[in-house]
Ligand binder design. Structure first.
Ligand code: PEP
Ligand code: MG
Length: 900
């Protein structure tokens, strides 16, 4: 411990790399910001000299009960001395003072932590000395008041508003609107007033530095930081580094300035520098959105040489990091300094476009491009947007900056706590509306559907956080006059109150009154198409869709589905004209009447299948025969008894013979249905007469379905289209069930093909959704040419948990208490359900090499489950049409991860 190196100069990054081995470990040790400041220094990019106190020092400090580890503070002083000799200035020396900034910097960027204190090293004497040195008293006192203000709020925990009130009073008195117009006298008074607020502000520069560094360390365990890490999935044992860096000043006149910019557009991904800057200002002015910033393009006119140098540096950094960069810079009297660079946060659209462009530019290869986009980002393309009609009819209140795309609708909450409460406890959809957001608003932002602010730019806190979490956001809507006390806002002549509905469009920046309808966009983004095309080249799993209707099948095909993995035929039974026929089929005890009902259903089913085969011509279509228990097609028991009771009461007061006749008829019909419902009643119908058991009990029913499938297939084949039907039996638990059904059904299929005079190639297979079927898969495969894991049922039967009830009940507590890590109905339970799947795949393929195996439960669209399916050697995953693009990407990423 005694010879541990706790502090690294920015010019010592190579030593750090040597000590810890890899760049990733350097980022772990020095934090992202510190590592990049070191890297920029190594590249010869102008970075103000400074040093980083390591994350190890932070962890040791916290572990020792908030004590610097032995020797570490001495190392800080040594590094400070090095900076003094490089800059020729001295910390705390009024003659030629060195001022420094102190910033937190964890391995992963965390807006939940203490961020920055600028101008450390100023006190009354130093301010006096600096005035003499620079001759710019205004600049000195402006810097001084900023130090006390930042130190007061971020280190000493005062409310920022306490300082803002003072500034506001002075602005008002002086009749000016911005702080930069305040006079020296005003600023001097403000400094004194600030000191009376921040009474514990130390005048000793070393003490300022020590307290600021300690505040950074402590902020790692602050509630905001913990909440943020929980939400972003960042480990809690990493610690944060502290970066201490020579101050350079953007507020020394009109040849100075400061800004934040991305090397590409973070919203669209366009390869064009995007950002904001301010002349004669210090860094936090830009980020806080207090002054109206200028777009970076304007710098090219205002300071062309500075713009050229910045653009060149941005390009160099991009080439070096092979990634879009988010940079902070300061121009001090015509000299450009880089204060930070990091991989830029971006919208989903930008993530896709940047990954594809970087690959096209040769900076990364296609595999890397595919790995850089997350399945969630692809999901964004399928997110709701406002419908054109709904937009036309709506009242547009204002337009702001479109910083995080997507449509969001909700009731207004003016603070983060209320937003969180309404969303979590009351189940409301909320739009969080604020003048601007700060790190302690993050919990409200996460709970909200969308974020709206009246101030701030593209790089403001609200914009960054919203983009990272994919929340639609509109910021900088100057037209909003928010009255926090009155919990109301004025905009476009309307008064809108907390709790009122608004709709925001993060794609366009529009803000609407009321609740707009949303629609899901078509994915036509050319970069996404290209990326998914690359993913298709990498993946081994095919992707099919679960679709019941031709329109779904068509959509699935446009999204890239390679077939249908599940058609739930019973969904077709519920349509209005068909349900009475289905009910008749269930009610009757006469074989003839049943036959008639089935004959009447056949043309409907044939038509459905014809549509599906046409839409999916050339691709396999799995059609699953009827699955649910029959009582689901009859009215509910409670409804029937209620209707009977009502009609019996009505009968007593009936006034005409016709009415009595009508009621009697109805009562008789209902009594018959009730008797049948009661006869079909099962205590647990999900484990009762359903699936293949229905086909065994009522073979005519599944025969009718098979006939409809083959009649449709023969007709479509005669049209010249290729049809590839796969007949799937649900809920098999014993091979004999399959054997019995297969005999009956194949005979029917052959009969149809003979009648039609055409042969159709088809497969006959089963779902695996009962543990017994998985365990005896070697036997089952004798009669099945394919398996499809119905993991909804397989999860329910493996856990012995009802899929319909669990998620509303104890499962939530299990997840909260950590008994289960993940909801097994969302992500496959690898150790249980996954083990059964592995057994089934192996045993099935032992019996029948080349057995086609897929999955059609909800897990087929879940990236983590898709990865397991890849490892289990499945042939395909099948999911809802809207998840097909996500599955294509997830399957490619699994292939890259596991097959190299
Ligand atoms: C399943 O059980 O996973 C399945 C796909 O079938 P269903 O959801 O229709 O029971
Ligand atoms: Mg099922």
């Amino acid at each position: 411990m005694a010879d541990t190196k706790w502090v690294y100069g920015f010019d010592e990054v190579s030593a750090a790399e040597e000590a810890v081995g890899s760049w990733d470990a350097v980022r772990g040790l020095l934090g992202g910001k510190g590592a990049n400041l070191g890297e920029m220094t190594r590249l010869g990019i102008p970075v103000p000299p400074g040093f980083t106190v390591t994350t190890e020092a932070c962890l040791a400090y916290l572990e020792a009960g908030e004590q610097f580890p032995p020797g570490s503070w001495e190392q800080v002083e040594e590094q400070l001395a090095r900076v003094e000799s490089t800059t020729g200035k001295r910390f705390g020396d009024p003659e030629n003072p060195l001022l420094v900034s102190c910033r937190s910097g964890a391995k992963f960027s965390m807006p939940g932590m203490m961020d920055t204190v600028l101008n450390i090293g100023l006190n009354d004497e130093v301010a006096g000395g600096m005035t003499a040195l620079t001759g710019d008293e205004r600049f000195v006192y402006d810097s001084y008041r900023r130090l006390i203000q930042m130190f007061g709020s971020v280190v000493l925990g005062h409310h920022d508003d306490d300082f803002e009130v003072v500034l506001e009073r002075h602005r008002h008195r002086a009749g000016v609107t911005s702080d930069s117009e305040l006079s020296v006298e005003d600023l001097k008074e403000i400094v004194e007033e600030f000191k009376r607020i921040a009474t514990r502000f130390p005048s000793d520069p070393k003490e300022q530095l020590r307290l600021a560094a300690e505040a950074v360390f402590k902020s790692w365990n602050g509630k905001r930081a913990i909440d943020y890490r929980n939400a972003a999935g960042i480990a809690h044992d990493l610690g944060t580094a502290v970066n201490i860096q020579t101050m350079v000043f953007g507020n020394t006149g009109n040849d100075s300035g400061t800004g934040v910019a991305m090397s590409r557009n973070a919203t669209t991904g366009e390869n064009k520098i995007e950002g904001d800057y301010l002349t004669n200002a210090q860094g936090e002015d830009v980020v806080a959105g207090i002054r109206a910033t200028k777009p970076i393009d304007q710098l090219a006119d205002e300071m062309p040489e500075m713009y050229r140098q910045f653009a060149e540096t941005a390009h160099r950094l991009e080439q070096h990091y092979r990634e879009m960069q988010d940079m902070e810079f300061t121009i001090e009297r015509g000299k450009l300094w880089l204060l930070q660079t990091r991989d830029g946060k971006r919208t989903a659209q930008a993530a896709v476009r940047i990954a594809v462009d970087l690959a096209d530019e040769g900076l990364i290869d296609r595999r890397e491009a595919v790995m850089r986009v997350t399945p969630d980002q692809v999901d964004f393309f399928l997110h709701p947007q406002f419908g054109a009609e709904s937009k036309q009819a709506a009242v547009k209140l204002a337009v702001g900056l479109n910083v995080s795309p997507g449509a969001a609708v909700g009731v207004i909450a003016f603070d983060a706590d209320l937003a969180e409460k309404w969303a979590k406890e009351d189940g409301k959809r909320v739009i969080m509306v604020r003048p601007e957001t700060k790190p302690d608003d993050v919990h409200g932002m996460l709970a909200a559907e969308g974020i709206l602010t009246s101030r701030g730019g593209r790089t403001s806190h609200a914009a960054l956080v919203a983009r990272q979490f994919g929340k639609p956001a509109v910021v900088g809507v100057a037209a909003l006059e928010i009255d926090m006390q009155g919990r109301t806002m004025q905009v476009a002549g309307e008064q809108v109150n907390e709790g009122d509905w608004i709709s925001i469009d993060g794609t366009t920046g529009d803000v609407y009154l009321g609740k707009l309808d949303t629609v899901v966009p078509d994915i036509e983004d050319p970069w996404l198409m290209k990326l998914l095309g690359w993913a298709d080249e990498l993946r081994r799993l095919a992707v099919r869709a679960n679709a019941d209707y031709p329109v779904d099948a068509e959509r699935a095909r446009t999204y890239g589905a390679q077939g249908i993995g599940l058609t739930r035929t019973e969904h077709m039974f519920f349509e209005t004209e068909r349900l009475p026929i289905v009910q008749k089929m269930i009610m009757t005890t006469s074989a003839t009447e049943r036959r008639e009902a089935l004959d009447a259903l056949l043309p409907y089913q044939r038509e459905d299948f014809r549509g599906l085969f046409r839409a999916m011509h050339g691709l396999p279509v799995i059609i699953r025969l009827i699955d649910p228990p029959l009582h689901e097609f009859l009215p509910a028991h409670d409804d029937l008894t209620r209707a009977l009771a009502d009609n019996k009461i009505r009968l007593r007061s009936a006034s005409s013979l016709a009415e009595i006749d009508g009621l009697l008829e109805q009562i008789e019909r209902d009594e018959q249905v009730l008797a049948r419902v009661e006869a079909l009643h099962e205590a647990n119908p999900m484990l009762g007469t359903r699936g293949v058991r229905l086909g065994i009990m009522l073979p005519d029913l599944t025969k009718m379905q098979v006939r409809a499938i083959f009649e449709a297939a023969c007709e479509v084949a005669k049209e010249g289209l290729e049809v590839l039907p796969e007949i799937m039996i649900p809920l098999t638990s014993h091979v004999n069930e399959l054997k019995r059904q297969r005999e009956v059904l194949e005979a029917e299929a052959k009969a149809v093909m003979t009648e039609k005079g055409i042969e159709i190639a088809y497969l006959f297979g089963t779902m695996i959704e009962i543990p017994r079927a998985a365990l005896t898969a070697d036997e089952v495969a004798e009669y099945a040419e394919f398996f499809s894991f119905g993991t909804n049922d397989l999860t329910q039967t493996t856990f012995g948990v009802s899929r319909d009830d669990a998620e509303a009940g104890f499962l939530i507590s299990y997840l909260q208490e950590g008994i289960l890590d993940e909801n097994p109905f969302a992500t496959l339970d690898e150790h249980g359900v996954g083990k059964l799947m592995r057994i089934a795949v192996e045993a099935g393929r032992n019996t029948r090499p080349g057995l086609e195996v897929g999955i059609c439960g909800e897990h087929g669209g879940d990236p983590k489950s898709i990865e397991l399916c890849h490892r289990l050697g499945l042939d395909y995953v099948s999911c809802s049409p809207f998840r097909v693009p996500i599955a294509r990407l997830a399957a490619a990423q699994a292939a890259v991860r596991f097959d190299g």
